[in-house]
Design a protein around this ligand. Structure first.
Ligand SMILES: Nc1ncnc2c1ncn2[C@@H]1O[C@H](COP(=O)(O)OP(=O)(O)OP(=O)(O)O)[C@@H](O)[C@H]1O
Ligand SMILES: CC(C)(CO)[C@@H](O)C(=O)NCCC(=O)O
Ligand SMILES: [K+]
Length: 244
């Protein structure tokens, strides 16, 4: 069994895998890291490896306490990945995006793939059929948009996610919900249309904390897989073992 851990900018997500099957999923806050991992390892004593991808401010040291119990693999840019990285600044590419790209490459061989991760930030990652990672886009996620409107203005309240009634918001609250939610949906549909105009065929993988909310609202029909990053983490680890 392996324990995969995704340290995002907001929360930590983890999953225990038996082969390629998820046995259990966990979500927790950063300040609970040690306590939660300890609890998971107590429940799943057969875990032999812990695989971490961190874009948050949690470093390898945070996991050293578990070194006696299992092998720690803290993924970095130095690891082997199954795609050719064409990003002009490969060392600054987020490790989460590299893991998503690895998962897309391994799970959907020999085709163009677009990965959309709607989390704290929305990231777009494109890997072509020759397994070249081309790049994509980074934009503010849903919650970040609500918070930014409030934090950088004097008069806008902090709202929590609600579906707008109409694209023409007729009150401050409705105008904010329309701007945030419709803006988010139009952005993603717009990007998908742009890719469609330039690539005849590609598959789309939609993941992240807002994936389910988003999937229902897109004009394009896409199925969400909120576990794609953790699945990809387990596949990236397997790939590393097979190719190191
Ligand atoms: N309990 C929650 N806490 C924070 N965000 C949540 C929660 N439940 C749903 N969300 C939604 O999930 C989004 C954040 O996604 P996610 O949890 O994947 O981010 P993350 O943990 O920072 O990971 P990453 O940095 O990889 O995006 C927010 O925009 C928010 O709308
Ligand atoms: C964009 C985020 C914050 C998404 O989690 C992360 O992938 C990151 O910190 N990336 C570094 C910049 C880049 O990917 O080019
Ligand atoms: K993200």
């Amino acid at each position: 069994m392996i324990l995969t851990v995704d340290v995002g900018n907001t929360r930590i997500k983890a999953a225990v895998f038996e082969g390629s099957t998820v046995v259990e999923n966990f979500v927790f806050e950063k300040n609970e890291l040690e306590k939660k991992i300890k609890k998971i390892l107590k429940k799943f004593q057969n875990c032999s490896d812990l695989v971490v991808a961190s874009v948050g401010n949690i470093e390898k040291q945070s996991f050293l306490a578990f070194e006696k119990e299992l092998n720690i693999h803290f993924l970095t840019h130095e690891d082997v990945f199954p795609f050719n990285n064409k990003y002009a600044t490969p060392k600054t590419l987020g490790i989460d995006r590299m893991v998503l790209a690895a998962g897309a490459t391994l799970q959907f061989p020999k085709q163009n793939r677009l990965v959309i991760d709607a989390g704290t930030c929305i990231t777009y990652d494109f890997i072509d059929e020759k397994d070249n990672y081309l790049g994509g886009a980074i934009s503010p996620g849903l919650r970040l948009r609500y918070e930014a409107l409030h934090n950088f203005t004097a008069r806008l309240p902090l709202l929590t996610l609600e579906s707008p009634e109409h694209y023409i918001g007729n009150s401050t609250k409705e105008a904010i919900h329309s701007g945030v939610v419709n803006g988010f949906v139009y952005e993603i549909d717009g990007f998908i249309d742009e890719y469609r105009a330039n690539f005849s065929n590609f598959i789309i993988i939609l993941t992240g904390g807002d994936a389910d909310f988003l999937a229902k609202r897109l004009k394009n029909t896409i199925f969400a897989n909120s576990n794609f990053l953790l699945e990809s983490l387990s596949q990236t680890f397997q790939y590393k073992i097979d190719n190191d």
